[in-house]
Design a protein around this ligand. Structure first.
Ligand code: SF4
Ligand code: SF4
Length: 369
């Protein structure tokens, strides 16, 4: 497997606040990716409310022989509530993607809380059954929790063949995410690693603060994204790094440096340390823009957009970007509309204190005290 995978959560859309997948553009992105020798695609039934799977069917499955690509899909809560729900859901996923099997099928976003639900629904045995029938080639998990939780899951389920984790230079030592320690657990159990969020939803690419960008520019090498992806791909045991590509420029950039992948040099690693220090000083909200928090929000608040707004303001030293805030709150909820139900926090893989952050945003933009 080549070390770059196509993450299909952030596909190009016809409208930045929703809308359909721009299928014509996605098809061209798939063609460029495949032509450059890459073939790994990652999706989930919940991505873009099912539009990610159907875009893959149209752009990849109908246009390329099945054996020419690897496709990963995921078993996601709350899309199943009982054991009896799992097989019909799986069948829906096969049909949405237009395939007869998945190369990898991952239990999605396992944390201590969700793990209990998977166990109670006997999900591991059901997926083992699907593997025995040839509908799943490899079983895995994607994981968002503490190292001790991963250790427990891997001990209790040796049938797990591969683990997808968040790994990027900003979160490696982060006391909440603990990417480095989670990575070490994967190594201890000898599990191949798939990496998600290597550029933290764009925060380590185009959204880097200017001071950090300058440090990387002085290396006279590639784009900010290139250092983030190569950082993650440099770790032993990492089989592929997912990039959630949204436009052709990102595809072109990624294939340019991942076609002949080279680990980061000592000098580049030193620069990454400096960038990490800049990020710590700026105290930005480490939201990846995954939108998991929004699915259950009764107030329809565009949480990641409001966080991006606040980050922009911090990066530009209290720059007045109220117009941007208005753009995201005219048809959707304002920060001060939050009723504190906490659904978003339970869904957030970054474990962000969303309610507290929204209160801070409400003070700035909605003039709440
Ligand atoms: S706590 Fe606020 S932002 Fe979060 S889901 Fe509830 S209403 Fe939405
Ligand atoms: S707040 Fe959390 S769940 Fe919501 S987009 Fe950001 S990282 Fe994802």
């Amino acid at each position: 497997m080549k070390k770059l995978g196509f993450g299909c959560l952030r596909l190009p859309l016809t409208d930045e606040l929703g809308g359909a997948v721009n299928q014509a553009l996605f098809n061209r992105m798939v063609d460029r990716f495949m032509e450059a020798g890459f073939n790994y695609f990652d999706t989930a039934h919940s991505y873009l409310n099912g539009k990610s799977e159907t875009a893959i069917r149209e752009g990849l499955v109908k246009r390329y022989p099945r054996e020419s690509f690897l496709l990963t899909d995921k078993l996601t809560t709350p899309l199943f509530k009982t054991e009896a729900d799992i097989r019909p859901l799986f069948q829906e996923q096969l049909e949405a993607c237009g395939v007869e099997y998945f190369d990898y099928y991952l239990m999605h976003g396992l944390s201590e809380r969700l793990y209990e639900r998977f166990v109670n629904c006997n999900a591991f045995d059901v997926v083992l059954g699907l593997k025995a029938e040839g509908k799943v080639r490899h079983i895995g998990i994607s994981f968002h929790d503490k190292p001790a939780v991963l250790e427990r899951i891997l001990r209790e389920h040796p049938e797990i063949e591969v683990v997808q984790i968040q790994l990027n230079y900003a979160d490696y030592d982060d006391p909440i995410i603990e990417s480095g320690a989670v990575y070490e657990v994967c190594r201890k159990f000898g599990k191949p690693i798939l990496v998600m969020e290597p550029v933290r939803g764009g925060g380590l690419a185009h959204h880097l603060p200017d001071e950090a960008k300058k440090i990387l520019e002085d290396l006279h090498g590639g784009s900010p994204a290139s250092y983030a992806l190569r950082y993650a791909a440099s770790f032993e045991g990492v089989v592929t790094v997912l990039s959630g590509m949204s436009n052709m420029e990102q595809v072109e950039d990624n294939v340019s440096f991942m076609s002949d992948f080279q680990p980061l040099t000592e000098r580049e690693l030193e620069a990454i340390d400096q960038v990490r220090d800049v990020l710590k000083r700026q105290d930005l909200i480490p939201c990846t823009g995954c939108r998991y928090c929004m699915e259950g929000c009764p107030q329809n608040i565009l949480i990641p957009r409001l966080f991006a707004c606040m980050n922009e303001r911090k990066k530009l030293k209290d720059w007045n970007n109220y117009g941007t805030y208005l753009h995201y709150t005219t048809k959707y909820g304002k920060a001060s509309d939050c009723i504190g139900c906490s659904q978003c926090e339970q869904a957030c893989p970054q474990r962000l204190p969303v309610r507290k952050l929204l209160k801070e945003i409400a003070v700035v933009y909605d003039h709440c005290e």
